[in-house]
Design a protein around this ligand. Structure first.
Ligand SMILES: Cc1cc2nc3c(=O)[nH]c(=O)nc-3n(C[C@H](O)[C@H](O)[C@H](O)COP(=O)(O)OP(=O)(O)OC[C@H]3O[C@@H](n4cnc5c(N)ncnc54)[C@H](O)[C@@H]3O)c2cc1C
Ligand code: FES
Length: 285
């Protein structure tokens, strides 16, 4: 797995050793989804790259892969946005300021943000914004290096748009943020439609040969986003996506997280579309 940390040969990789963290803040984004702001006890948080995960653990229960969603420049704490699913995430979403948890990592292949001079399309659905948020902060930090930057963010309904309170700042920083919802809702003045359809309309003003794309969301959404971009001339290899698979060993041993020939915990979570296109198409049948 890609890391900003180097392990000394022969020594235990420190990233594998759990660090006890304290919850500094627990913010409910909407029912069932909580963002925890956490910091290790007595030491600074470890450096990470956008899209890397922490293995985040609830004492007495277990650990789950969760994307780090804060800025890489935030040296005080890391943020994790967690959806209540099973036992681990239920315990994590119940934590309150002052409670403790453990974190191993960071792990995983990050977004390749060497996109200087290019237009950038970000396409996110649901909780898929979480691993893209730290990338968005990076793009904002170096905004003058890129051409147009468009972020299409989708959710079922307006109240489920993740981090919506930050969109005005992202827009002010030079990102064209387009929020879309699946079905018309009272009081909603923005676009209605699925993320791939909106992406298809947004890329008309971009230069396909110099466009790079980052996408995260349900598999079918990512696949349709990739197809829409390829139809308009974007090269398949310039489309990056993050895969979310149910992990068990997290070490490339059990095959639990396999998609085709890709072992997500070893080769991902960020992959380029050509490496998974065939497997995604089969998975959707
Ligand atoms: C690279 C990566 C990044 C992730 N980032 C986040 C994140 O930022 N926030 C977040 O809330 N979750 C994230 N997840 C998912 C999280 O790790 C799992 O949902 C975890 O298994 C939950 O553990 P649990 O014990 O609460 O639920 P479990 O008991 O493991 O599962 C509850 C239900 O969810 C299903 N499930 C479990 N894991 C997955 C999965 N990965 N994809 C689809 N269905 C699943 C199970 O089959 C079951 O139906 C990420 C996973 C990966 C691999
Ligand atoms: S979780 Fe076991 S191989 Fe990836």
């Amino acid at each position: 797995m890609t890391s900003v940390h180097a392990a000394t040969p022969g020594a235990v990789d420190p990233l594998l050793v759990p660090q006890v963290h304290e919850v500094l803040e627990a913010r409910t984004e909407f029912p069932g989804v909580v963002t925890l702001r956490v910091a290790p006890l007595g030491e600074p948080p470890r450096a990470f790259l956008p899209a890397q995960i922490g293995m985040v653990g609830a004492f007495g229960i277990g650990e789950a892969a969760i994307s780090i969603s804060s800025a890489t420049t935030d040296l005080a704490a890391h943020e994790y946005t967690i959806r209540r699913a099973g036992a681990i995430t239920t315990a994590l979403t119940r934590l309150q300021p002052g409670d403790q948890l453990w974190v191993r990592g960071p792990f995983g292949r990050p977004w390749d943000l060497a996109l200087d001079g290019r237009d950038v399309v970000i396409a996110a659905g649901g909780l898929g914004v979480a691993p893209l948020r730290s990338a968005i902060y990076e793009l904002l930090r170096h905004r003058d290096r890129f051409g147009e930057v468009v972020a299409v963010i989708g959710a079922r309904s307006p109240e489920l748009l993740l981090y919506a309170d930050e969109y005005p700042a992202w827009r002010a920083g030079g990102i064209r943020v387009v929020a879309t919802i699946d079905r018309a809702a009272d009081g909603w003045g923005g676009p209605v439609g699925f993320v791939p359809e909106v992406v298809a309309t947004m890329v008309e003003n971009l230069e396909p040969a110099r466009t790079g794309a980052l996408t995260c969301g349900p598999d079918v959404m990512m696949q349709l986003v990739a197809e829409a971009l390829i139809d308009r001339g974007v090269a398949a290899r310039d489309i990056q996506l993050t895969l979310e698979r149910n992990m068990q060993c997290g070490n490339g041993l059990c095959g639990h997280c396999q998609l085709g020939s890709t072992i997500v915990c070893r080769d991902g979570p960020v992959v380029r579309y050509p490496s998974v296109a065939a497997a995604l198409a089969v998975a959707e049948r």
